[in-house]
Ligand binder design. Sequence first.
Ligand code: ADE
Length: 213
Amino acid sequence: MNCSILKRAQEKDIIRIVLTNIRDFATDSYRKVDDKPYGGGPGMVMMPGPVFDCAEHVQKLSPEKGRGILLTPQGQKFTQAKAVELSKENRLILIAGKYEGFDERIRIGLGAEQVSVGDYVLNGGELAAMVIIDTVVRLLPGALGDEDSPRDESFSNGLLEYPQYTKPEAFRNMKVPDVLLSGNHAKIAQWRHQQAIERTKKNRPDLIKNNKF
Ligand code: ADE
């Protein structure tokens, strides 16, 4: 969080990131924050006490209530549309637990929505929280310099991005497509749109189904 765009966004006071360790709210000398599931089964479950105490402590750091988000593979899938939605909030409280999940009373009691970053299981929610922070921050006004501007980014129009080229014109026998050197902006735009559609069809046919381009 102290590199590149996130670093600059904090220096420019566009965002403030506060990290709080749930373990600091454990009540025993082992700093235990998870335990075996009632009813049996493998793995551990985050205990409600430390998570609640931690979340309440964090809530009180600002008068702004904040939108609570529990990172878990059981959540709704995080998408670019969700990132845009979250980028409009003044404050997010991201709660990362261990992979087996949270005691259900945490979700109910905190009224937090559950979000998953994808259909796979991470060792913990920290990387998922990082994904959300990274994705949301780059949508905040002023966070990106011109050179990292999000113009035709993948997903912003429901399609993957078209192929990009930069210098040199020829590289190991591979040439930049002539159309990109033609200076004909209408033709370039048409070529890029066509390429974006073809690439999306090939790599992400699921996106095409819901697309209205
Ligand atoms: N914690 C573990 N796996 C996760 C995932 N896919 N998304 C969000 N939080 C998680």
